[in-house]
Structure formats: structure tokens, C-alpha cells
Ligand binder design. Structure first.
Ligand code: X2X
Length: 342
């Protein structure tokens, strides 16, 4: 009798501790978590999202079921609304370019300043700098999401239907679609182009109809979206901006998961980001050949031409550095400068 009651006590105390947690997990977990990506898995960054959700599903035995909504369809294609929609609970999982969210939280676009990250060596030095990324991740947390990992959206190159662009003045009068980042708009207008803010969904018909003459995107996106079929005959590989690909979870969703699941999800995002970066870089290696093979005139600037672009964007850089977060950007600059010497 005595023995039995001890067992009973032990069992019930285990239940008392375990049950609420179990019950919480079961009731709090949603049947589906909605992930927004601007582009589908046929593109490296959409693929990054797909790899992530697949790993999460496998490693949680389906407890966490993330569904990808490409085309930013959860916000009707308006990619600049992704971050606020995440705050409103419409989006649970972000796998995207913070440049699209910079209208909501300006600081998050810090890495996209013109020519801030001149090459992959600089890029890697920055994203692998623990102190810097901890600071960046804290900005994301403050903004309402739990950051998990960083991939790469790719160096953005300019294309147009009118002429070869080899110097800033060549952009004069070119109607250019840019993403909803006022900074990108200013970069282009300083050089005399006429920038128009447009979602990616609207950009493609606008290019096809000739409503705009050009756009800027990584060549990987150019190839996957067959942008050459939209009248784009000239490309300049000037590597002016390369945004990170941020994997993040809406803060309330993150808080609803057990620490064990949080760990699984974070590691899955880190693994997916590594694979996604490898994918982007592989495509970057021979993008000039691939795009040229389509009959597109691809101009790779000389070092002297690159210097001209840098000079032409210097004022915009300074003004946006001041608006974004000068202390943070200075730290990025220092890390990049060190990477030059290494
Ligand atoms: O809209 C674009 O140009 C894209 C796909 O590159 C972004 O979402 C930033």
C-alpha cells in the first residue's frame, strides 16, 4: 500500500510537470506555418526557403510544418509589406532580402549600401563576424522577429533594353525599375536615371511592355526569370549591392515552440543557409558566360570604371549611412577593410 502510493505519487508528479508542457505544445503549435518568399524554389533564394522547411519537417517529425508562399502572395505580391505583415501575424516565417523590409525597419537594409561589400571575401568576413552579427540580430529581435541564419541573395547587376552601360552618365534618361528601397531609387536618380518603385511581380510585365527600360537583380534571378526575353539586351556586372538572405521567425511563433524545437529550427536554418550560399555562388561563377550565351551584351567593368561608379554613389552612400545607423555601418566598413589586407 505504502509502496503503491509512492509510485502513484511519482507518476502523478511527473504528469503534473509534464502534462501542461505537453498540452501547451499540442495546442500552441499551428497546423501550418506560413513562409513568404519573393521568388519560388526555381531561384536560389526560394530554394533556400524550401531546403529550410524540408529540414524542419524532417527533424521535427512533422511537428513544425512550414508552407512556402512564393511570389510574396501572402501580401499580394507587395514584398515591401512582408515585415509588417509578419508583425501582424499574417506571415510566420521570413526567408527574404531585408532590403524589402527597409521601409519598415531602415537599419535592416544596412548591408545593401552601394559597394559596401565589394566581393565575397568581404561578404564572408562580415557575415561570419560574430560580434557584428549579434548586433544585427539584436536589431531584428527588437523589430519583432527571431533571426536564425544568414544566406545570400547575390550581387545585383543592372540590365536594360537601350544601351551598354559603362559609366554613370550612360544611365541618363533610362527608366529603371527598382525594389521599394528609397536608397536604390536615390542611387539611380543621382546618376540621371528615372527610377520607378515596383514589386517583382509588376516588374516583369513592365519590362515586357517597355513601360520601363531596365532593372537590377542578381544574374541568377535574370537567368531563372528569363529576363532576356523581356527585351533586356545589356547587362553591367558592377556588383553594387548584395543583400543577405535572412531566415527569421515571427517572435510570438518562436516563443510558442519548445527550446528543443527552437534548437532544431535554428540548426535547420543554418544548414539551409550554407546550402543556399553555395548555390548562389556556383551560379555567380559562370553567370557572365550563361547570360552572354543568350545573346545579351554583358559588360564587366574595369577597375577604373569601378572607381567611377564608387565616386558617383559616394554622396548617396554617406547620406544613407547616416540615416541607417552610422556606428553599425562603420563597423562593417572596418571588417571589410581588414578583409582587404587578409
Ligand atoms: O524584387 C526584386 O528585385 C528581388 C526579387 O530581387 C527582391 O526581392 C529584392
Amino acid at each position: 500500500m505504502k509502496r503503491r502510493s509512492v509510485i502513484q505519487l511519482a507518476t502523478s508528479s511527473v504528469a503534473a510537470v509534464a502534462l501542461p508542457r505537453y498540452a501547451f505544445a499540442q495546442t500552441a503549435y499551428k497546423a501550418e506555418y506560413k513562409m513568404s518568399t519573393v521568388v519560388p524554389p526555381a531561384f536560389a533564394w526560394g530554394k533556400g526557403g524550401e531546403i529550410f522547411l524540408t529540414l524542419v519537417k524532417e527533424r521535427t517529425n512533422g511537428r513544425i510544418n512550414i508552407k512556402q508562399y512564393p511570389g510574396a502572395s501572402l501580401v499580394q505580391g507587395q514584398q515591401d509589406r512582408e515585415f509588417s505583415a509578419m508583425r501582424q501575424g499574417v506571415i510566420d516565417v521570413l526567408c527574404g532580402a531585408p532590403i524589402n523590409w527597409s521601409g519598415t525597419v531602415r537599419e535592416l537594409g544596412a548591408f545593401t549600401l552601394p559597394f559596401l561589400l565589394p566581393d565575397h571575401k568581404a561578404y564572408d568576413a562580415v557575415i561570419n563576424n560574430t560580434a557584428l552579427m549579434t548586433e544585427y540580430f539584436d536589431m531584428v529581435r527588437k523589430a519583432g522577429a527571431e533571426p536564425l541564419a544568414v544566406g545570400e541573395t547575390g550581387y545585383r547587376q543592372i540590365s536594360n533594353s537601350k544601351r551598354a552601360i559603362t559609366k554613370p552618365d550612360d544611365l541618363r534618361g533610362i527608366k529603371l525599375r527598382v525594389v521599394g528601397s528609397p536608397m536604390y531609387g536615390e542611387i539611380m536618380s543621382t546618376m540621371g536615371a528615372n527610377p520607378t518603385f515596383m514589386s517583382w511581380a509588376d516588374a516583369q510585365p513592365a519590362l515586357a511592355s517597355g513601360a520601363v527600360d531596365g532593372q537590377e537583380n542578381p544574374l541568377e534571378v535574370f537567368l531563372a526569370a528569363k529576363v532576356h526575353t523581356l527585351g533586356q539586351k545589356f547587362v553591367t556586372k558592377w556588383n553594387y549591392s548584395n543583400d543577405i538572405l535572412l531566415f527569421a521567425i515571427a517572435a510570438p511563433v518562436w516563443a510558442s515552440w519548445t527550446p528543443a524545437d527552437q534548437k532544431i529550427v535554428r540548426e535547420a536554418a543554418q544548414d539551409a543557409a550554407k546550402q543556399q550560399i553555395a548555390l548562389v555562388r556556383k551560379l555567380f561563377e559562370d553567370d557572365v558566360q550563361k547570360v552572354s550565351a543568350l545573346g545579351v551584351n554583358v559588360h564587366v567593368p574595369t577597375p577604373a570604371e569601378m572607381e567611377q561608379w564608387r565616386i558617383a554613389t559616394r554622396r548617396t552612400y554617406a547620406s544613407w549611412k547616416a540615416q541607417i545607423n552610422p556606428t553599425f555601418v562603420s563597423k562593417v566598413e572596418e571588417i571589410v577593410a581588414k578583409s582587404r589586407k587578409a
